[in-house]
Design a protein around this ligand. Structure first.
Ligand code: PBE
Length: 270
C-alpha cells in the first residue's frame, strides 16, 4: 500500500455533494489538514450528481474518491466500496443523529416535545425505507407512512404517555437527504395518528440550526453530531435544546471502490 498514486488519475479531485452539507465542510477541513490532500479540491454539486459519477467510475473500473456516509443505499448499490482510514480523525468515528428543538418548545407544547424526544430508531429501520424509495422510485413520505402502519409496536413506544391532541401544529425543519426524509416522514405519520398537524420544511443545514435558534421552527430530527454539523451547532447551541440522539451508528468519510489499492487518506498522494 502507498505504492499506487491515484492523485493524477482522479485529477486531485474528491467528488462531493451539496455545498451546504456538513460533510462538504468536513472535507474542506480534511484537505487543509492532510499532507496527502495538498493541492486537492472537492467538487461540490449534488448527491445525485455524485452518485452518477460513482456509477460511471465503477462501470469502467476507474478510480474515484467520493464523500460517503451511512445510512445510505450507496453501499447496497455498490457493496465493493470502503471507507478510507482517517488517522487524523477529521471525520471522527461514530456519528449520532440528534433531535433538537427551539427554546420554549417543551414548555409551550409539552405533548409534542415528549413525542419527539421519545422518537428513536436504528440504522436498519432507516435504511429499509431508503432502499425501498431508491428501488421503487415511490415517494419516500408514502413509504415512511406505510412503515408506521406496519410497525405499530415500534411506533407505540414513541407515543407512550403522550395525550391525543386536536390539530396542534408542529413545524419540523429538515435537510434535503433521504435519511432525514425517512425520519421526518416517519415521525410526521406517527404524530398525525395522535392528532398533531406536522409540517416538514427542507432547508440547508445552516438554516436548520438558525431557524431553531430564532424560534421560526419548532424542532428537527436532522442534526448529525459530534462532527458533521459541529460548526453549525456550535454557532447556535446556546439558543437550541439538544434532545439527544434519535439514531446511533451513523458515519461519514472518504469512500473509494475496493479495486483501488489503498487503505488510508494518507495513501491518496503518497
Ligand atoms: N449527510 C447526510 C448530511 C447529513 C445527512 C451526511 C450528507 C451532511 O450534512 O453532510
Amino acid at each position: 500500500n502507498g505504492e499506487v498514486d491515484y492523485s493524477e488519475a482522479v485529477d486531485y479531485t474528491i467528488i462531493g455533494i451539496e455545498p451546504g452539507a456538513g460533510i462538504s465542510v468536513t472535507t474542506e477541513a480534511a484537505i487543509e489538514e492532510y499532507d496527502s490532500l495538498q493541492g486537492w479540491n472537492v467538487e461540490l454539486s449534488s448527491t445525485g450528481a455524485m452518485m452518477t459519477e460513482l456509477d460511471n467510475a465503477i462501470r469502467n473500473e476507474e478510480p474515484i474518491v467520493i464523500t460517503g456516509w451511512n445510512p445510505h443505499w450507496m453501499f447496497a448499490a455498490h457493496p465493493d466500496m470502503k471507507y478510507l482510514d482517517d488517522p487524523l480523525e477529521i471525520y471522527g468515528g461514530e456519528e449520532s443523529i440528534h433531535s433538537m428543538s427551539r427554546r420554549g418548545f417543551e414548555e409551550e407544547q409539552p405533548e409534542a416535545y415528549k413525542m419527539i424526544e421519545q422518537f428513536e430508531w436504528n440504522v436498519e429501520d432507516m435504511e429499509e425505507i431508503m432502499y425501498e424509495a431508491e428501488e421503487t422510485g415511490d415517494d419516500i413520505n408514502q413509504i415512511a407512512a406505510q412503515w408506521v402502519e406496519d410497525n405499530e409496536d415500534r411506533v407505540s413506544a414513541w407515543s407512550e404517555g403522550v395525550e391525543d391532541v386536536d390539530g396542534v401544529e408542529v413545524e419540523l425543519v429538515s435537510t434535503p437527504w433521504d435519511s432525514e426524509r425517512a425520519s421526518s416522514g416517519v415521525l410526521k405519520a406517527a404524530m398525525e395518528q395522535k392528532g398533531f398537524d406536522v409540517s416538514v420544511t427542507e432547508v440547508d443545514v445552516a438554516i436548520v440550526f438558525e431557524s431553531l435558534a430564532t424560534g421560526d421552527a419548532d424542532a428537527t430530527l436532522a442534526a448529525w453530531l459530534p462532527i458533521t454539523h459541529r460548526e453549525f451547532y456550535e454557532t447556535y447551541q446556546d439558543d437550541i435544546v439538544d434532545m439527544g440522539p434519535n439514531l446511533v451508528g451513523a458515519k461519514i468519510g472518504l469512500v473509494v471502490p475496493e479495486y483501488m489499492d489503498i487503505d488510508s487518506i494518507e495513501d491518496l498522494n503518497p
